[in-house]
Design a protein around this ligand. Structure first.
Ligand SMILES: [Zn+2]
Length: 178
């Protein structure tokens, strides 16, 4: 059996609720996590498939969501952020799994990770799949909504098989059987 990738901690952490409005804009708290600075233009996606459950975390630099790096400082910036998040939350419009797997979106949440100078927006997305063994393709059509995004670094562990791929505007398909 292949050695599993070392996955970010977020993949195994408990899913938190949609709570960015209450907590994410607090500042001055000292950071208690180690953060790797993101690369502008590059989002990360981690996918774990275990039996009928498929969990996806999608981490995007704030800059590539809103066009500004900091958490919102006024109403117009807040509106830009809210509108973009609402757009990305229409997950079924940009994330498509091949139909034979019978996967249905069961829950999602969004969090703003603003503990460092390069905030990220994290989406947690969960599916329940009737026939997970039939899962073959995951298409990620988010480049239109995030027009400054150049690349999505994807890694996945599905039914104990692991692999990785860089998605671009021209190549948006994950073949999970690869
Ligand atoms: Zn940044």
């Amino acid at each position: 059996m292949m050695k599993l990738l070392q996955l970010p901690l977020i993949l195994v952490s408990v899913i938190t609720s949609y709570g960015y409005a209450e907590s994410a804009f607090e500042q001055g708290e000292s950071s208690h996590h180690e953060h790797h600075a993101h690369e502008h233009g590059v989002a990360r996606m981690n996918i774990i498939g275990d039996k009928n459950l498929l969990s996806i975390t999608f981490t995007i630099p704030m800059l590539n969501v809103t066009g500004f790096e900091q958490t919102p400082e006024n109403d117009s910036e807040q509106k830009i952020l809210d509108d973009k998040i609402a757009l990305i939350e229409k997950i079924n419009q940009w994330l498509t799994l091949n139909q034979q797997a019978g996967c249905e979106l069961t829950q999602h949440s969004v969090q703003i990770d603003s503990e460092n100078e390069h905030p990220d927006i994290d989406f947690d997305i969960h599916y329940q799949c009737n026939k997970p063994e039939q899962l073959q393709t995951i298409d990620v059509n988010i480049f239109k909504q995030l027009d400054s995004l150049e690349k999505i670094e994807v890694q996945w562990v599905i039914a104990n098989k692991q692999s990785a791929k860089s998605l671009t505007k021209k190549d948006k398909r994950i073949l999970v059987t690869d």
